[in-house]
Design a protein around this ligand. Structure first.
Ligand code: FAD
Ligand code: DHB
Length: 391
């Protein structure tokens, strides 16, 4: 088997890359360890920055996104029982975010690739990378009991945080920067009409809570929990009880409850490897970096990386120039570090830090009041949240 670009992973990074390359006439093969059903059902992020929406629409895969995506012009910060609106669009010259589930983005891209004759090999196991320092690297994998070898010009490591591509770089080839947080998120998807028109980020003495949505009938909610907790410790009553208390704003506001359709616990970490390249291997998305989800940046960073990579590969195939490929890591890392900082800052401001009764709490409240009371501070949050054009 041979292709120009072997892409490992059919998440947002791998699928957007494959699609952008196809638009430039560059063929690729996507190898995905899971089944199509599995990746299309995996519930994850939901916030698209304006730039991500523009890219998907511009690339011809935004039709359903435009129809079903919910454009939001503001978010709410809730603390001390009161809501404060941050008018994102007003503060950013009209930019907005769109709430549209990650698995919907993935579904749209898989359909577009397959309809265009693109190749996605689902349930490809035992993926390993070879000859990365040569002009003809290879990816080996198993499918249906047979071992295959895919020769290519480049490998795109889009296989997420737990994938194999990052580990294919020899020891010493990457520098790791990371930070773990002493809390996690319990996320649910519920068949309950959202009790809010805009996303609510709540800071409460019992811990952080987030109210988002997927449609007029489906809510997406998150609660800060301990990183060592399991779902067994969180029966439905406890989840709803905590959400009601933490999101409570007085004045008769109450959360709409309903059957829980999906639930999961996600640990929070900040993680970056430098550089995002080794030989002919280019890492993109969660394979190269993780942000805590409080800034809603994960999926957007994945899309931003592969936009840079697609442009660099297009230039290489058109002109033989490697300058953009050589600049890939540095170009991406500027945006990555901005998002890392913003996500760390949002996380620090909005979560309850264990065992801290005094100074941290007061500093957080002061920061929240400042962000909600000062136009300059609100503007800083807003421009980062909708996504900075230049970083
Ligand atoms: P992924 O979406 O992880 O895609 C990687 C793909 O590679 C997957 O399909 C995987 O099955 C495949 N793969 C893995 N290993 C191999 C292998 N060896 N061979 C072949 N294929 C492989 N962000 C937010 O902003 N808000 C959230 O609420 C949020 N929740 C999250 C919950 C979870 C459980 C996780 C893991 C992430 C969450 N994120 C969230 C982050 C966001 O979803 C990611 O940043 C985004 O998915 C990154 O896209 P990606 O394409 O880089 O990686
Ligand atoms: C959602 C996820 C996030 O991480 C976030 O910050 C806002 C919304 C969501 O899943 O809708």
């Amino acid at each position: 088997m041979r292709t120009r670009v072997a892409i490992v992973g059919a998440g947002p990074a791998g699928l957007v890359l494959s699609h952008l390359l196809a638009l430039q006439g560059i063929d690729s093969v996507v190898l995905e360890v899971r089944s199509r059903e599995y990746v299309e059902r995996r519930v994850r992020a939901g916030v698209l920055e304006q730039g991500s929406v523009d890219l998907l629409v511009g690339a011809g895969v935004g039709e359903r996104l435009k129809r079903e995506g919910m454009v939001h012009h503001g978010i709410e910060l809730r603390f001390e029982g009161q809501g404060h609106r941050i008018p994102l669009s007003e503060l950013t010259g009209g930019r907005a975010i769109t709430v549209y589930g990650q698995q919907e983005v993935v579904k749209d891209l898989i359909r577009a690739r397959l309809e265009a004759g693109g190749q996605i090999s689902f349930e490809a196991g035992a993926v390993s990378l070879h000859d990365l320092e040569t002009p003809a690297p290879a990816v080996r994998f198993e499918q249906g009991g047979t071992t295959h070898e895919l020769r290519c010009d480049f490998v795109a490591g889009c296989d997420g945080f737990h994938g194999v591509c990052r580990d294919a770089v020899p020891a010493g080839g990457l520098t790791v920067f990371q930070k773990e947080y002493p809390f996690a998120w319990l996320g649910i998807l519920a068949a309950a009409p959202p009790a809010t028109a805009e996303i609510i980020y709540a800071y409460h003495e019992r811990g952080f809570a987030l109210h988002s949505m997927r449609s007029s009938q489906i809510s997406r909610l998150y609660l800060q929990c301990r990183p060592d907790e399991t779902l067994e410790a969180w029966p439905d009553d406890r989840i709803w009880g905590e959400l009601q208390v933490r999101l409570g704003a007085g004045g008769g506001w109450s959360l709409t409850e309903g059957p829980i359709l999906e639930r999961g616990i996600t640990t929070l970490r900040s993680f970056v490897v430098e550089p995002m390249q080794h030989g002919r291997l280019f890492l993109a998305g969660d394979a190269a970096h993780i942000v805590p989800p409080t800034g809603a940046k994960g999926m957007n960073l994945a899309i931003a990386d592969v936009r840079v990579l697609a442009e660099a590969l297009t230039r290489w195939y058109r002109t033989g120039e490697a300058d953009l490929l050589e600049a890939y890591s540095a170009t991406c890392l500027r945006r990555v570090w901005r998002a890392e900082h913003f996500s760390w800052w949002m996380t620090s401001m909005l979560h309850r830090w264990d065992g801290d009764e005094g100074i941290e709490h007061r500093l957080q409240l002061s920061q929240l009041r400042y962000v909600c009371g000062s136009k300059a501070a609100a503007m800083s949050l807003a421009e980062n949240y909708v996504g900075l054009e230049t970083v």
